[in-house]
Design a protein around this ligand. Structure first.
Ligand SMILES: Cc1ncc(COP(=O)(O)O)c(C=O)c1O
Length: 364
């Protein structure tokens, strides 16, 4: 057998949320609610569904590899030139592109010890280690500490704002201070992953596009998987300076965005009603969770995403299992050094209510 690098043989793969069908089979139950992957409980944008239906007859053709029309639309919407935009098959693919582009084997990436796992995975496949900066006691990225951990070997820094799985965020003043140190550092690229951007309510939450416009080493990532309800079709959007976008396009496969996603994304962008409805439902769900968790005396982290992380005060895997038996899928976060905590996505209000009453029983 050919020798395979230990970076691969020792790789611990990403664990996605447990699928609904698998849970039904395993526990012999008919009704299962999945609050495990921060998906949109309202389904896809209805305008996107219409666009997909109207374009099914074109599936014999290869998609437009340059995504010309979609890029024009995104360009107008976000006020970036098309040259400043690259699409990925999900923003996780964009993370992969960036690592492949920038890192040589033996280089490193820098992120927080409780951040989205995809960064570590992309780095490991590229034979690179990840340095994890511990979070602050209030579960935030410790941006002041990044400077202490950074070395010229660290070619990429991944910041997640708001962060998953904690739901916490870094404020504008914290980010401004961070960019005083790193903004003009030509030896590193800073990626700001804003998968949950649209759900944020905090007045001092900073939009990463400001930093992209100001510094040539900053990349902003957004996704259509969350608020637009299109996780199954996959579209990540990268904003960065023109030179970097050109290089990322060299790494990208020509047809990475399928034709249905291209038309769905253009339609979803215009679906303001759906966007507003999703945000309203999410905020209502979060406020409901906060009230109920308070009544149960459980610590939770106020969230800027569409999920909440809370402390069960028990072995989280046991509570997770109890919840599965009751037909509710949550997300354990043990691998983030949080052995008693669970993450719960916001669902429809009826689903949220069922989840809370199941949780009460599970914690008895
Ligand atoms: C912080 C963060 N970034 C990126 C993603 C992935 O987004 P996409 O579906 O666009 O790959 C997620 C998905 O859960 C996420 O939580």
């Amino acid at each position: 057998m050919i020798k395979i690098s230990e970076y691969i043989t020792k790789l611990v793969p990403y664990t996605p949320g447990k699928p609904i069908e698998e849970t039904k089979r395993q526990y012999g139950i008919k009704e299962v609610i999945k609050l495990a992957s921060n998906e949109n409980p309202l389904g896809p944008s209805p305008l996107a569904i219409d666009a997909i239906k109207k374009n099914l007859h074109l599936l014999n053709l290869y998609p437009d590899g340059s995504c010309f029309q979609l890029k024009e639309e995104i360009s107008k919407y976000y006020e970036f030139r098309p040259q400043n935009i690259v699409f990925g098959n999900g923003s996780d693919e964009l993370c992969d592109f960036l690592v492949r582009l920038v890192c040589e084997p033996g280089d490193k990436i820098l992120t927080s010890h409780r951040a989205f796992d995809t960064y570590r995975l992309s780095a490991q496949v590229a034979r690179c280690d990840t340095t994890f900066v511990p979070q602050t006691s209030d579960f935030k990225f410790d941006l002041k500490n990044f400077k202490k951990h950074w070395t010229p070997k660290h070619k990429l820094i991944f910041l997640t704002n708001p962060n998953n799985p904690t739901g916490t965020y870094n404020t504008k003043s914290e980010m401004d201070a961070f960019f005083e140190d790193f903004g003009n550092n030509n030896d590193v690229i800073i990626v700001i992953d804003e998968a949950y951007f649209e759900y944020t309510r905090a007045a001092d939450y900073p939009n990463s596009h400001v930093y992209v416009r100001k510094f040539s080493n900053v990349v902003s990532l957004r996704t259509m998987s969350k608020v637009y309800g299109l996780a199954g079709l996959r579209l990540g959007i990268m904003f960065a300076n023109e030179g970097l976008c050109e290089l990322v396009n060299k790494v990208r496969k020509p047809f990475n965005i399928n034709s249905l996603m291209q038309v769905a994304a253009m339609a979803a962008l215009k679906d303001i009603d759906f966007l507003e409805k999703t945000k309203k439902l999410t905020w209502q769900g979060l406020d409901f969770f906060y009230e109920e968790l308070k009544k149960m005396n459980l610590q939770y982290l106020p969230s800027q995403g569409n999920f909440v992380l809370f402390d069960t005060k028990k072995d989280s895997l046991e509570v997770f299992e109890q919840m599965l038996k009751k037909g509710i899928i949550l997300r354990p976060v043990k691998n983030y050094d949080l052995p008693t905590w669970l993450r719960m996505s916001v669902g429809l209000m009826t689903e949220n209510e069922k989840a809370i009453s199941a949780l009460r029983e599970a914690l008895l």
